[in-house]
Design a protein around this ligand. Structure first.
Ligand SMILES: Cc1ncc(C[n+]2csc(CCO)c2C)c(N)n1
Length: 228
């Protein structure tokens, strides 16, 4: 079994819990509340800004052009393509995307961003791949499962979202896994265990992100805005 298959196997209970989460199920049923969609987009806009900066850190730590190209392409993808699923949520909620940008980051999104940033600042390319991988991997599996289970017609409110992740342009999971597997061949067990820990924590935080959006999670006491 390859190292990435080992990661996926250990994360199976979290992938299952994500699939069963009411926000994810709500995308399939098309019955999410306007406030839940708005909270998701506000938080995800900030999350994706942090994600691009982490790709920048990955580029600064790259030692060959193949890696630089891989991360550079993903910055463009987040800038120009990841806006489509956000626009889908905004249209259903009846709000303008521009009006959901620049808001304070809620606790679970904050935790996830901090986890990725810490690993990216302290670690190497393998650490960064392990910490980022659950992001594309969980979304592609969600998209594929919803396509199978719901098979939405074009009148479904989240038709675009489901197709974007289910059979759209999101193909980065494969090169990330291949690159991580290549590096893992050179690592000892303790080093691989550390990568497993980063990966599993990101999977848990993917779950928390859905939960935050579903429950409109905010900081317990309103004070100054928390930024990242
Ligand atoms: C919390 C959260 N997790 C994953 C994604 C999906 N996503 C974000 S960037 C990207 C491509 C990576 O290069 C993918 C798949 C999201 N939008 N929000």
């Amino acid at each position: 079994m390859s190292f990435s298959q080992e990661l996926r196997k250990q994360a199976e209970p979290i992938f299952q819990a994500i699939m069963e989460h009411p926000f994810v199920q709500g995308i399939g049923k098309g019955d999410l509340k306007k406030e839940q969609l708005i909270h998701y987009v506000k938080q995800d806009f900030e999350y994706l800004n942090a994600f691009m900066k982490i790709y920048g850190l990955a580029i600064s730590k790259s030692s060959n052009r193949r890696d630089i190209e891989l991360f550079n392409n993903q910055i463009s993808f987040v800038l120009h393509s990841e806006i489509h699923p956000h626009n889908n949520f905004c249209e259903v909620a009846g709000v303008k995307y521009e009006d959901l940008q620049g808001f304070p980051v809620a606790p679970s999104a904050h935790h996830y961003i901090r986890h990725m940033l810490t690993v990216a600042q302290q670690g190497d390319i393998a650490d960064i791949l392990a910490v980022l991988l659950p992001c594309p991997w969980t979304y592609v599996e969600i998209g594929k499962k919803l396509l199978e289970e719901v098979n939405p017609d074009s009148a479904h409110p989240f038709y675009d979202w489901i197709h974007f992740y289910g059979d759209g342009p999101m193909t980065v999971t494969t090169p990330f896994c291949q690159r991580l597997d290549e590096i893992a061949e050179t690592l000892n067990e303790a080093q691989k265990e550390k990568l497993m820990e980063y990966f599993l924590l990101s999977c848990q935080l993917e779950y928390k992100f859905w939960d935050m959006a579903y429950n409109l999670e905010e900081w317990p006491v309103k004070t100054l805005e928390v930024s990242v």
